[in-house]
Design a binder for this molecule. Sequence first.
Ligand SMILES: [Mg+2]
Length: 417
Amino acid sequence: MFALVDCNSFFASCEQVFRPDLRGKPVVVLSNNDGFIVARSKEAKELGIGDLQTFFKVKHLLRKHKVAVFSSNYPLYGDMSNRVMQGLQSFSPNIEIYSIDEMFLSFHHMPFNLHDYANKIKNQTWEHTRIPVSVGIAPTKTLAKIANHAAKKIPQCQGTCVMDKPHKWEWYLRRIPVTAIWGVAKRLARRLEPLQIHTAWDLASADPKAVRRISSINLERTIKELNGTPCLTLDELQPARQQIYCTRSFGKKATELQPVLEGISLYAARAAEKLRAQHHLVSTIHVFMHTSPFQSNYHYVSDVIQLPYPTDDTRQITAAARQAITQLYRPGHAFLKAGIGLIEITDRQHHQFDLLCVGQPVQTDKLMRVLDCINQQQGKGTIFIAAQGINKPWYMRQQYTSPQYTTKWQDIPVATC
Ligand SMILES: [Mg+2]
């Protein structure tokens, strides 16, 4: 049996944890740069505020209904996600973190009442973190996703749904479109139409061979999963990321070299930090910048740089990225975005040293450890490379950010008794 635990309106729920006055009220969270709406509480959805709507277009509607608006506060969401996930690990030793707000658990030969267990997961997570979750339990991962869908959509389910018998999932699959199934996008659904496949149940009862002819083995597997035969297992160990990208839009388009350089230095430092966290070294980096694709004479430039030796030194990576940007830069363009990718990375443990090249000095390792340590304890960006600039006028706009309640000393809430 698999359980899929999904946090409800996750980013909006995180904002409500430390603002209990906003519970039961409409809340929206904006994308980087305050451009779009990326999360809505249930109450905001009920007001008809759509997903990914442009912020300024609905600003009047938000004001009229007194909707609480927040810029995205990823340090807070990341930390709350960790707390939820850690709590969930007490329910099963076999877990897969599927996304920032979703986790699969698997249970084998555990004789217990699944309904009670689903409720326990939901209630304990709420008690420990104040994040509301929905729980779907079924014999396969695909059905667990469906069960979770039902847990959210059917009010009588009250946030949990167990689909342990074929008649239960058949009832629901008959009532939802094929696109509600995990991995069935609109484009694929259009190709299924000639086979008279419209509902999820149509797909579950389709001839796998006929379906295979117009799609791939994956869909054949989905059909099996929809019938209760597990084909997908848990990826119990999350592989380390093979490439690390850090790319952002500038808050204000950059028409000079300086802001681009400061931006790329910041992104390089972020990427290097992630690299060290997974104990890897990088030997090749990719830097790029471009103007808005919606404007005429779109300008995109990029370069790939080989570093002298595999490293996780922020200074080295930053210097290489800055040099590349300086060479790529041509005046007369308004750059919207820049980014860096660490594209060839190797495990620190297994990397091969070069006989002729000295490699990264031990002092660098120590320095980077100190840097990470200070920034972890005192908050992100406490110490940084001066090349990132101090005032950062180019930095993305985030006007409505909530405090970093759980990851920054200064922002810890104060309780007065
Ligand atoms: Mg969710």
